[in-house]
Design a protein around this ligand. Structure first.
Ligand SMILES: C[S@@+](CC[C@H](N)C(=O)[O-])C[C@H]1O[C@@H](n2cnc3c(N)ncnc32)[C@H](O)[C@@H]1O
Length: 257
């Protein structure tokens, strides 16, 4: 139920700040280059990947939005080599590393730097994997995942970017296109789902996993209770530990607006 199924091993490379990250998502293994100042793949990465591979078809045009190191796009291409892969991120360091990782693996992709869907004007996708930052900005900047390096302009309830993506995605999806979004309980999930239900005819949860707040973040408990009271985030407490949840929603049937 909790994080113990996840296996990550980080091996520092000698003369640079780059790291080789060995990833094992339920037996599917991959090595990618990572830097300390970009997002380190985590449970959301794994659930996003596991959801996508159950739905994507080999000829799909896919967008990995908020690609970070490019890990999701790379793992999908290993499984579906005929997919037309596209990746984007607003962060230059992430895009540089995505380009390096795709080159190293000799995998082709259209990789662009830019804010949300802005860089994809005139393009339409069969499948968009949204993995853009999606937790409360107040928590993000004090977290072990984002600190001050990874962009996370999500607002106090964490929903700003997700809501914007859902609203705009309809213009970037083909007629039967699909949008995948992470629902992390450190954001206003109700607002995100309500928006998805306005713009899509079907919204279903495909994966859901509880996890303990990492020890290093236990000092945020007071702030988290304040945000919970405002209904910005949600969590429970078990054995004195904070339990959060990550789920992946799949939105089908984009409605013309
Ligand atoms: C949770 S990380 C996911 C990274 C990668 N998919 C992974 O699983 O390792 C979120 C990513 O969204 C990017 N991001 C944040 N704001 C963005 C924006 N406005 N437009 C595009 N990408 C953004 C961050 O730079 C970061 O790489």
């Amino acid at each position: 139920m909790f994080l113990q199924n996840l296996q990550f091993l980080v091996i520092p490379l000698k003369s640079s700040k780059m790291f080789e990250h060995k990833i094992n998502f339920g037996g599917i293994k991959e090595n990618i280059l990572i830097k300390k100042n970009i997002f380190q793949p985590n449970l959301t990465t794994q659930l996003s990947y596991e959801t996508a591979i159950n739905i994507i078809k080999n000829q799909y045009e896919v967008l990995d939005l908020g690609c970070g190191s490019g890990i999701i796009g790379i793992m999908i291409m290993k499984k579906f080599p005929n997919v037309k892969m596209n990746c984007s991120d607003v962060d230059s360091n992430s895009i540089d590393l995505t380009i390096k990782n795709f080159k190293k693996k000799k995998i082709k992709a259209d990789i662009r730097k830019g804010d949300l869907l802005e860089v994809w004007i005139n393009k339409k996708f069969d499948y968009i994997i949204n993995d853009v930052s999606g937790i409360s900005s107040s928590i993000a900047k004090k977290s072990i995942w984002f600190s001050n390096n990874v962009p996370c302009d999500t607002g106090k309830d964490g929903s700003r970017l997700s809501v914007k993506i859902i609203k705009n995605s309809v213009k970037f999806l083909k007629k039967n296109g699909i949008l995948q979004i992470p629902l992390i309980s450190l954001s206003n999930i109700k607002k995100i789902i309500d928006t998805a239900n306005i713009y899509f005819s079907e919204v279903k949860i495909h994966k859901s996993k509880d996890w303990f707040l990492p020890k290093e973040m236990e000092s945020l408990k007071e702030l988290m209770y304040k945000l919970k009271k405002l209904k910005y985030i949600n969590f429970s407490e078990k054995f004195g530990k904070i339990v959060c949840n990550t789920a992946i929603a799949v939105c089908k049937g984009p409605k013309k607006k």
